[in-house]
Structures are given as structure tokens and as C-alpha cells.
Design a protein around this ligand. Structure first.
Ligand code: FAD
Length: 513
């Protein structure tokens, strides 16, 4: 069977293979799921749209046992690799396997959904291939419960975000999604199926969280839940000066739980009427109007928006919600008259990017390339970053949101594989570029070069920063990225995936024979 797989590996035109070849391969693996040679090309695509590596086969496993069989088969071969594909929302081909086997983890998305209570806390067991949007809707509609920590967009898989971290405006309080899981089922690069947690197979547990898929394929995760609120008051306030914006954001994320908002984010926007990058990007509903006459004359090329939200229940009277929101807002130094607010359901708030997705799909922007750049930048360098990057390099915007919001290191477990800047407060900076196909798409090469210019600037100036959702091409760059955690990362690889079969699209370790 391995010889059979390898014969496939050395052929160049997999799409020309006959159906009987497919069924022979499928039969020899004895999978309950299916295997095809990816007629749709889905496994060679991702959201970034700038990388395309053709796999040998696209496999839809039915269960964890299928995943283990595929990994074991690859381990018996001399050069096969295996990539778990969550929802393919990577930017740089991280979920691809050049002439390897790609596992469509979405095909296992319904295998687990059990809510259980342990020592007074409530958890849900979900599949690694489940979409967070489905976890949300089932937890809320069936149990009135919800996970605590999210990403902004929920069309991402549980295993995909846990392999990175998973951050949004709740992470200042609860840490990233990877700090909110207690147990995982993982298929290692040896094909072993292991349950792991802080107390059982702990090195694998911490390794897999933020582990860029290097140590195992997550097939089940136990996620901590809390009671779901009914409603959210969603507010945006505008600042002309970065130091006012950072002072207020840092104050809000440092307040004790219960004294602050439930969600704190922020973004940079262009001081112009540009519909995508400028003033109109701040409004929360079509009826609202951004009044630029409120801006001080000294405002610069870019402005800043602090975005906050407060949870409440239907039974809460407005007289309980209003004073909490206004007491906090009164203490903030935003430009009076540039405040926007809506009240929406908790589920609609968490699914807020879905509407934008539908719009972007309709006008072709969703399927155009997305040369995104995500960074964690230390508080100690964020003001200089603002001066050199936001106000200069990006002063005309990126054709999409430029997120900037503070996170707290103490909410992250440093035993996981994620690497962070030093210091308690650091900022997530996300350049969420889009490249509309009409009238004339911008040059992707130029945008990628601009990303590199920003990264090089950070290196040259000695900023304390890390790439989030990192992408590097050389071993030296990866070593620098992990810094003093590189040794631990290499040791974990040697323990759990010694042949370097898993997640080849990250381009960290070459497959050994
Ligand atoms: P994929 O892109 O399919 O996979 C990512 C990596 O994880 C690959 O190396 C893959 O092999 C590996 N992998 C996938 N599944 C598993 C598994 N079960 N076990 C082990 N390894 C696995 N991130 C945030 O933190 N916050 C955000 O707010 C946020 N918003 C986003 C919005 C959009 C529109 C997009 C496109 C991305 C966003 N992201 C955000 C980034 C997102 O977290 C990453 O793209 C992440 O990779 C999840 O995507 P995915 O499930 O499609 O995984």
C-alpha cells in the first residue's frame, strides 16, 4: 500500500487518475471516510490566495481513527507528509502539503458535541474540525452557554485557531482561545491517538496549543463555557492622538473583571472620506453619520477608534446598563461627538463579520488575494510603531481594517508553543488587506513588499515584536522567531513528530526519511 502511495507521489498529473485508482487507494487505507484527488483544487487554495501547492490527495476522514491511519501510512512511506486543513483560512499556504496528503478536518466537524460539568464548571467537547460559528450557535441555542474567548470571525476551525492562539476583544480578560481549553485528543506524527491536558501528556498538550500543527492533529477539544448574555452594547469612540488612544485602551484592559467592558479592541483609520479606509468605516449602522468637523485641526493622516462592548441580559433594565457604560466612557479622552453605539444580540455581535463576508463574496473581494500581516508588538515600541508605520507607511490605509489593541501576557500560558514579546502589555496589530478585483487590482507583490518593509523596520529598530500566524522561509528565521524557546520546540518535534510528517506548509522542518 505504501509503495502504491509513493507511486502516486511521483506522478505529476494526479487529476488524470481513474476512479478505480482512487477506490484502490481508499480501500488499501481502509478508511471510513473518502479520498479524492481534489478535483475542486480546494486543498491547494487558502484565504491568502498567494500560495498554491498541489497535494497528492485530499482525504475526508470520518473520525480520529481515519486520521491516525493516514498519518501511520505516511510514516511508513519514505517521504509523504500530512497537512490537516481546517477551513483553509491561512494566508501563506500553512494548511497545504506539496504532493502530500491533505486532511479535510471539516469532514469530522459533527463527531463531538457534549456539554459536561466538572467540579462546578461547564465545558463542551467539540471536534477539531468544527467551525467556531457552529460551536457558538449550538452552545447558545441548546444550553444558553458560550465559550469565553473568541476570534473576530468565526468561520475558522477549533483545531486551526488553537494551533495558533485565537485572539479577539475578550483575550485581555480570558487570554486567547488556547488558554480556554482543558483537554485535547491529538493524533501525533507517529499516528498515536493521545488524550492530553495540563496533567496528562502535558508536553503534548502545551506543545499542540499554538504549535502550528507541528506536534499533532487536534481531533477533539474541551472548551470552557460561561453563561451566554442575551445582548451586547457595541460602542466605538474616536481619537485623534495615539497616546490618548493607548492610554485609554491600556487602562480598560487593566481594570479588574466586572469593572471594565467585556470586549476591548481598536483600529486605525485614514483621516479622509474614503469609504473603506476612512471616516465611513467607523459607523455601526447606516443611519449614523461621522461628523469630521469634530476633529481637531491638528489631527494627522490617521485617526484611531477604540471599540468596546458590554454584555447584558434581557432582564437587565436600561437603567442598569446605561450607567455602567457611561461611567466608563466618561473617563475616556475620546473626541466628544464621535461616539457610535448599537445594541444587538450577543450571537449577532459575535457573528458580526459574517455579514461582511457575504458582501465581500458578492463583489469578488473574498476570493481575491489577502496579503495580511499580523504582529504582536510590545507596549514599549508601539508609539514608535505608530509614528513609523501607521502614520507613514500605511497613511493611505490597506483597503481593509488595521486592528490595534492591547493584550496581557499574564493571561497567556507560556508553557504553550506560542511566542510573545516580553513585558505585560503588548499589542495585536493586524493589517487586513483586501485587493478588490475592480477596477484594477493593486499589485500583490507591492503589498507583500510593504509587509516585508514593516517587518524589516521592526527588526532594524530592535523592536520587541513577534509575528502572529507566522510565516518564514528559512530555518534561521524560525530560530529567531522562537528565540529561547526554539530548543523546546525542536525537542517537542523530536518527541511527537520525529519524521516531520505534519503541517509541512509551515515550512519549519523538512520531512526526514
Ligand atoms: P487552517 O488555515 O486550515 O490551518 C492553519 C494551520 O493549522 C495549518 O498549519 C494546519 O495544518 C493546522 N491545522 C488545522 N487544523 C488543525 C487541527 N485540527 N489540528 C492541528 N493542526 C491543524 N485569528 C485570530 O486569532 N483572531 C481573529 O480575529 C482572526 N480573524 C480572522 C478572520 C479571517 C477572515 C481570517 C481569514 C482569518 C482570521 N484569523 C484570526 C486567523 C485564523 O486564526 C487562522 O487563519 C487559523 O489558521 C484558523 O484558520 P483555519 O481553521 O481555516 O485553519
Amino acid at each position: 500500500m505504501i509503495a502504491y502511495l509513493e507511486r502516486f507521489l511521483h506522478e505529476t498529473e494526479p487529476e488524470s487518475r481513474q476512479d478505480d485508482d482512487v477506490s484502490t487507494l481508499c480501500g488499501s487505507l481502509e478508511l471510513q471516510g473518502t479520498i479524492d484527488f481534489d478535483a475542486t483544487g480546494l486543498a491547494a487554495k487558502d484565504f491568502g490566495g498567494t500560495h498554491a501547492f498541489k497535494p497528492l490527495a485530499f482525504i475526508r476522514p470520518s473520525n480520529t481513527d481515519d486520521v491516525a491511519r493516514v498519518v501511520k501510512a505516511a510514516a511508513r512511506s519514505s517521504n509523504l507528509t500530512v497537512a490537516a486543513r481546517g477551513n483553509g483560512h491561512s494566508i501563506n499556504g500553512q494548511a497545504m502539503a506539496d504532493h502530500g496528503l491533505v486532511l479535510d478536518m471539516r469532514s469530522t466537524e459533527r463527531n463531538n458535541f457534549d456539554v459536561r460539568r466538572i467540579d462546578g464548571a461547564v465545558y463542551v467537547d467539540v471536534s477539531g474540525g468544527a467551525l467556531w460559528e457552529d460551536v457558538l450557535t449550538r452552545c447558545v441555542s441548546e444550553y444558553n452557554l458560550a465559550p469565553r474567548s473568541w476570534t473576530d470571525y468565526l468561520g475558522l476551525t477549533v483545531g486551526g485557531t488553537l494551533s495558533n492562539a485565537g485572539v479577539s476583544g475578550q483575550a485581555f480578560r480570558f487570554g486567547p482561545q488556547s488558554s480556554n481549553v482543558t483537554e485535547l485528543d491529538v493524533v501525533t506524527g507517529n499516528g498515536d491517538v493521545l488524550t492530553c491536558s495540563k496533567s496528562e501528556n502535558r508536553e503534548l498538550f502545551f506543545g499542540a496549543l499554538g504549535g502550528l500543527g507541528q506536534f499533532g492533529i487536534i481531533t477533539r477539544a474541551t472548551v470552557l463555557l460561561q453563561p451566554a448574555p442575551d445582548m451586547v452594547r457595541w460602542m466605538r469612540v474616536v481619537y485623534a492622538y495615539f497616546d490618548d488612544f493607548t492610554r485609554d485602551s491600556e487602562w480598560l484592559v487593566s481594570l479588574p473583571e466586572g469593572d471594565s467592558f467585556d470586549y476591548v479592541e481598536g483600529f486605525v483609520f485614514v483621516n479622509s472620506d474614503d469609504p473603506v479606509d476612512g471616516w465611513p468605516s467607523v459607523k455601526l449602522d447606516a443611519k449614523q453619520r461621522f461628523d469630521p468637523t469634530r476633529l481637531p485641526r491638528s489631527a494627522g493622516s490617521v485617526l484611531y477608534c477604540l471599540e468596546v462592548a458590554l454584555h447584558y441580559r434581557n432582564c437587565d433594565h436600561p437603567s442598569t446598563v446605561d450607567p455602567i457604560a457611561s461611567t466608563l466612557l466618561e473617563r475616556l479622552g475620546f473626541i466628544r461627538g464621535l461616539k457610535f453605539q448599537v445594541d444587538i444580540s450577543y450571537v449577532d455581535f459575535l457573528l458580526r463579520v459574517k455579514g461582511q463576508e457575504e458582501h465581500a463574496r458578492a463583489n469578488g473581494v473574498w476570493d481575491s488575494p489577502h496579503p495580511w500581516l499580523n504582529l504582536f508588538v510590545s507596549k514599549s515600541n508601539i508609539a514608535e510603531f505608530d509614528r513609523a508605520v501607521f502614520k507613514e507607511i500605511l497613511k493611505d490605509g490597506v483597503g481593509g481594517p488595521i486592528l490595534v489593541y492591547p493584550l496581557l501576557r499574564s493571561k497567556w500560558d507560556t508553557r504553550t508553543s506560542v511566542v510573545l514579546p516580553e513585558g505585560e502589555i503588548f499589542y495585536l496589530v493586524a493589517l487586513l488587506r483586501s485587493t478588490p478585483p475592480n477596477p484594477k487590482p493593486p499589485s500583490i507583490e507591492k503589498l507583500v513588499a510593504q509587509n516585508q518593509e514593516i517587518v524589516q523596520l521592526c527588526c532594524r529598530r530592535g523592536f520587541d515584536f513577534k509575528l502572529y500566524l507566522p510565516h518564514y522561509k528559512s530555518r534561521e528565521d524560525w530560530k529567531r522567531h522562537f528565540g529561547n524557546q526554539w530548543r523546546r520546540f525542536v525537542d517537542r518535534k523530536a518527541s511527537f513528530d520525529p519524521l516531520a510528517i505534519l503541517a509541512p506548509g509551515q515550512k519549519i522542518f523538512p520531512r526526514s526519511n
